[in-house]
Write a protein that binds this ligand. Structure first.
Ligand code: Z5A
Length: 208
């Protein structure tokens, strides 16, 4: 029986996660693997409905606690309806963001990292990826890429102050330092094709 694998891509806005997820999926399909591309918040009907609630509306639409619970609820549905069934049939599941985004974005204000992990234990039995690829890019470069794509249009969370996004980047770096077996930091600068090769290198040991 072929073992499915669960790989997540993480990092700040504009780092190139969506671009790399597509490229990585194509490279894995070329090796004959069954690949499912998904994203958070979202990835199942219920979670996509919650995504719309989370990313639209005014900055204070949700309290920090309500926001964290909505992300955890969306994730529970995503895992149950999309990720676990795909892994059970032996597919490789690639997700654009997952739990580490909640830890980095929701776990550094009213709630702690431990609180977010508790919500994840309750919602999703503490389910973790086989490997997390953290795309790192200097702040100015990532902002430049996002601005070139979106102009001034920002979602509820992307539109927060640069101090907030700097703290998010620091939290991601900490995960890579403290959970190095799972979270691999990948330099996301340079041409997209080169970044894809770095990502492939970082999952080489998991490939059949
Ligand atoms: N969020 C949260 O708070 N808690 C959670 O638990 C979860 C999420 C799961 C989701 O936004 C928001 O929800 C997000 C975190 C929060 N808000 N923020 N910040 P989203 O899904 O709409 O967007 P995003 O996840 O932030 O990603 P993004 O802005 O779409 O960026 P990206 O996927 O990393 O980048 P990209 O779209 O692949 O590339 C950006 C542009 O750069 C694009 O024009 C590309 O063509 C270009 N690009 C890509 N690679 C390159 C290279 N190598 N060179 C040059 N240009 C490039």
């Amino acid at each position: 029986m072929i073992a499915g694998r669960f790989i997540t891509l993480e990092g700040g806005e504009g780092a190139g996660k969506s671009t790399q997820l597509r490229a990585l999926a194509a490279a894995l399909r070329a090796r004959g693997l069954d690949v499912v591309e998904t994203r958070e918040p979202g990835g199942s009907d219920g979670a996509e409905a919650i995504r719309a609630l989370l990313l639209t509306g005014g900055a204070d639409r949700w309290s920090a606690r309500a926001e964290a619970l909505l992300f955890a609820a969306a994730r529970a549905d995503h895992i149950e309806k999309t990720i676990r069934p795909a892994l059970a049939r032996g597919a490789w599941v690639l997700s654009d963001r997952f739990l580490d985004s909640s830890r980095a974005y929701q776990g550094q204000g009213a709630l702690t990292d431990a609180d977010i992990l508790t919500l994840h234990r309750i919602g999703s039995d503490g389910f973790l990826p086989d490997r997390t690829l953290l795309l790192t890019l200097p702040e100015g470069e990532a902002t430049g890429r996002a601005k070139a794509r979106d102009g001034d249009a920002e979602d509820r969370i992307g539109g927060r102050a640069s101090d907030f996004h700097r703290a998010v980047a620091d939290a991601f770096s900490r995960f890579a330092l403290e959970e190095g077996a799972r979270v691999h930091a990948i330099d996301a600068s340079g041409p997209a094709e080169i970044v894809t090769l770095r990502l492939l290198d970082a999952i080489e040991d998991l490939l059949p």
